[in-house]
Design a protein around this ligand. Structure first.
Ligand SMILES: Cc1ncc(COP(=O)(O)O)c(C=O)c1O
Length: 392
């Protein structure tokens, strides 16, 4: 069990008494994260960015070790980036494609992934096809099996989508995709930091993630995991002098590990902040944090249907910490803003972010409440009471 009082005390954003339910958007960082970032920015201002980075080389290397510890990988399989989308695209654009090749995306796939897949397909003569969902709204593994053939090069799986509490059967879908020889790229943007991730157990070839959501890291951070053999053999679509070395006038040599997917220039302060966020999570105990998130979300899912006109929209069997809902007769954006006026932060997920799923269900937008472990039961009661008041 986490110590709720200690976790709240370590989160300066809660000092003013707000109810914060947007960790699926951009969470409130623990104090240590902000301090780490600000301290490094100050140091850069004192001695310049290069010397400041040189002072922290060990800490920078440790960021990858911490991430690897969290997901059951090794540091050489991690490439740091500035977002989940960047990481997803870094891998997807590097998969060799020829005319007639196929990319499969899932019903809950995020718009940025779909757009990248469509652009890549248009440029190479490949196609993008959608894996249907089953009756529970999860990725339909039987349908996936039926779609696979030797032309499927890449299967994009969504661990937990942006617009609701669905959790997909990733390990099973990956096993099926691998039987047909396809590569599996997992979008773990909404699961990292709130659901257990073990890349060895899931067996995915690559995984993309962001820092600012459930990991509670700074904005502009993310990472890509690439299976060790691929990290040593796959050529990234773009390179610089960090991902490769210019060894002779007409020759370059790729870095030996997943750092070939990185560029040299980066926000060092933010990366150190990401490391601090992951270390904070590891120190709390990831399993205890995941349990607390699941507990808060389940509590909310039980409370919300008691309000007139409220429909919880979460799909699936097992649920993540994202609670999505609509309220009859109320515009989600207006309601979000009125809640913000009462000190309650939620956000809205629009159909354009998860087009296949939302249009399939006839939904234009849902309100998204995503409580992290620092949210108290009293916060949830306050949120539901405020919502009841605003929608009466
Ligand atoms: C499921 C999912 N995938 C990918 C992304 C993109 O993440 P980023 O903004 O870090 O690129 C998001 C962002 O909300 C998301 O929810």
């Amino acid at each position: 069990m986490i110590d709720l009082a200690a976790v709240r005390a370590a989160t300066p954003g809660l000092d003013g008494g707000q109810v914060f339910l947007d960790s699926a958007g951009s969470s409130l960082p623990p104090r240590v994260v902000t301090d780490t970032v600000v301290d490094h920015l100050r140091r850069e201002a004192e001695i310049g960015g290069y010397r400041a980075a040189n002072e922290r080389l060990d800490d920078l290397a440790a960021v990858k070790t911490s991430i690897a510890t969290l997901i059951g990988a090794t540091a050489d399989t991690i490439a740091l980036s500035d977002s989940a989308t960047r990481s997803w695209a870094d891998f997807a654009y590097s998969v060799p494609l020829r005319p007639g090749d196929r990319i499969l995306i899932s019903g809950a796939d995020y718009a940025s992934n779909a757009i990248s897949a469509l652009q890549r397909a248009a440029r190479t003569g490949a196609t993008v096809e959608h894996i249907p969902s089953d009756a529970d709204g999860r990725l339909d593994t039987a349908a996936l099996a039926a779609m696979l053939d030797e032309r499927v090069r890449l299967v994009s799986l969504q661990h937990a989508p942006t617009n609701g509490g669905l959790v997909n059967p990733v390990a099973e879908a990956t096993r099926i995709a691998h039987e047909a020889g396809a590569l599996v790229l997992l979008d773990a943007c909404q699961s990292i930091g709130q659901l257990p991730i073990d890349v060895a157990a899931l067996d995915v070839d690559a995984l993309s993630a962001t820092g600012r959501k459930w990991l509670r890291g700074p904005r502009g951070t993310g990472f890509l995991y690439v299976r060790a053999e691929l990290a040593r053999s796959m050529e990234p679509d773009r390179l610089d002098l960090h991902g490769a070395q210019w060894v002779r006038p007409g020759e370059y040599r790729l870095a030996e590990d997943a750092s070939r997917f990185e560029f040299w220039e980066c926000d060092v302060a933010a990366r150190l902040g990401l490391g601090a966020a992951v270390d904070y999570l590891l120190a709390l105990g990831p399993e205890a944090v995941y349990a607390a998130v699941a507990d808060r979300a389940a509590h909310l899912r039980a409370l919300l249907p008691e309000l007139p006109g409220v429909t919880v929209r979460d799909l699936g069997i097992e649920h993540s910490g994202i609670v999505s809902f609509t309220v009859d007769g109320h515009d989600p954006v207006l309601l979000r803003d009125r809640l913000a006026g009462q000190g309650v932060t939620v956000t809205v997920s629009h159909a354009s972010s998860t087009l296949l799923d939302m249009t399939g269900r006839g939904l234009a937008a849902v309100i998204r409440a995503s409580p992290h472990c620092f949210v108290s039961p009293a916060d949830l009661d306050h949120f539901v009471a405020t919502l009841a008041e605003l929608t009466r």
